[in-house]
Design a protein around this ligand. Structure first.
Ligand SMILES: NC(=O)c1ccc[n+]([C@@H]2O[C@H](COP(=O)([O-])OP(=O)(O)OC[C@H]3O[C@@H](n4cnc5c(N)ncnc54)[C@H](OP(=O)(O)O)[C@@H]3O)[C@@H](O)[C@H]2O)c1
Length: 252
């Protein structure tokens, strides 16, 4: 794989850190000169393309990380061949729009998150291809979806990733305001969310049973969850998921 990146902004920076962490040599990755591309090439030794056409000519696999509104325009008119793989991380941009603009390249949709910089991104992919495995492994774990509708529904988790960070920060702020050391507040808040994820990731156990086992009748977990439910927090969370999915589907 000769990897190139068009759209060297916030997400691409995290992906490049993950790739470097996994041992990908910067000189083997070609960046487009816009955004942070030129600067990263100078500072860290990435190959630098003259422009997007030069990048496509030099690479077999092109990762597209521009804003969704710029996606089709960024890849149109470039020297695509049938043996190219265009991997788009652009939220809500369908494969058909990219296929028209980058014909005859193969089109793959990816949805990594910035935790890729620590090798901890659960990266969504559709359709999966074996030749992408080393790159995806560098980002973290891979979740291959069966069709594009399921990929779109799963993409809501890219937003949930941010909401969970808000919950971690709000919990830590609250406990620090009660007098807990701020560093300890942050540590226990983040580690508690990680622990909940580890427990719920165990597919051998039913999700509801795992939660139910924590709800001692009359206990603190039950009391707080009842309050959140009565206050509409769980419903509001699911409504926010639906809002994001409608945005991704372009129906709102
Ligand atoms: N941020 C995340 O955590 C995240 C997570 C998952 C998916 N995504 C997806 O990743 C994409 C990028 O998000 P971002 O947050 O990284 O945005 P960003 O920081 O704004 O980066 C986008 C970059 O694309 C460059 N660009 C625009 N048009 C270009 C073109 N024609 N050729 C070459 N470069 C071009 C911009 O350069 P200029 O500055 O020169 O305009 C900018 O550096 C979005 O589609 C988003 O849906 C983001």
């Amino acid at each position: 794989m000769r990897l190139g990146i068009i759209g060297v902004g916030h997400l691409a920076g995290a992906l490049l850190t993950g790739l470097a962490r996994a041992g990908f040599a910067p000189a083997d990755i070609c960046l487009s000169p816009r955004g942070h591309g030129r600067d990263l090439a100078r500072r860290e030794g990435y190959a630098l393309a003259q422009d997007n056409a030069d990048l496509v000519a030099r690479c077999s696999h092109v990762l597209l990380c521009v804003r969704p509104a710029d996606a089709a325009g960024a890849v149109a008119g470039l020297p695509w061949r049938a043996d190219h793989v265009l991997m788009s991380a652009c939220a809500g941009v369908p494969r058909t729009a990219l296929a028209r603009a980058a014909d005859p390249a193969a089109i793959v949709r990816l949805m990594p998150i910035t935790a890729a910089e620590k090798g901890a991104s659960p990266t969504l992919v559709y359709p999966m291809r074996a030749d992408l495995a080393p790159m995806l492994d560098a980002f973290g774990s891979t979740i291959a979806l069966a069709d594009e509708d399921q990929f779109e529904a799963a993409t809501v988790y890219a937003a949930i990733y941010g909401w969970v960070q808000k919950l971690i920060a709000a919990s830590a702020e609250w406990s620090a305001a009660q007098g807990l050391d701020p560093g300890v507040s942050r540590q226990v808040s983040a580690a508690t969310f990680v622990a909940a994820g580890v427990m719920q990731a165990d597919a051998s156990r039913d999700m509801g049973d795992i939660l139910q086992s924590l709800l001692t009748p009359g206990g603190i977990t039950e009391a707080g969850l009842d309050h959140l439910d009565r206050a509409g927090a769980i419903t509001a969370w699911q409504e926010a998921c639906a809002l994001v999915l409608h945005r991704l589907q372009g129906t709102r």
